[in-house]
Design a protein around this ligand. Structure first.
Ligand code: THU
Length: 131
């Protein structure tokens, strides 16, 4: 699978991030089964609760447009190292598709790909709940 376009979209949206506190921009883009791409950037706040990660914004953007069938996500941070999804974002991603590809990118040519479930083994699932 060629994720060049997906990574490019994450890199583009990264520059829209609102990061007055951590001063660390993140861009994320999700690919749906039907081939559409939805993007998100981190949106910080002076209090922690409303602070949104880029992955959260991208997934929310897809879902509000009627797409829950996410097959891949690309994450691009503007630091020196690969930007791995935080713990909360890993939980968010596995709920939509444990088999989704998580593309952690430094550039369009320097990236690593994991399955979402690989990044969060033994995750809590809606299937654990009683009917
Ligand atoms: N951040 C993300 O957007 N995604 C992650 O998975 C890790 C962290 C953001 C949140 C905050 O604005 C900044 O990076 C530092 O934590």
């Amino acid at each position: 699978m060629d994720y060049t376009n997906l990574i490019e979209k994450a890199m583009e949206v990264n520059s829209n991030a609102y990061t007055p506190y951590y001063k660390f921009r993140v861009g994320a883009s999700v690919l749906t089964k039907s081939g559409e791409i939805f993007t998100g950037c981190n949106v910080e706040n002076i209090t922690p609760a409303p602070c949104c990660c880029a992955e959260q914004v991208a997934v929310t953007n897809a879902v509000k447009s009627g797409h829950k069938d996410i097959v891949a996500v690309a994450v691009y941070g503007d630091g020196l190292d690969y930007c791995y999804p935080c713990g909360s974002c890993r939980q968010l991603l596995v709920e939509f598709n444990p088999q989704m590809d998580v593309v952690v990118a430094k550039s369009t040519t320097d990236y690593k790909i994991y399955k979402a479930s690989e990044l969060l083994p033994y995750f809590f699932s809606p299937k654990s709940l009683k009917e």
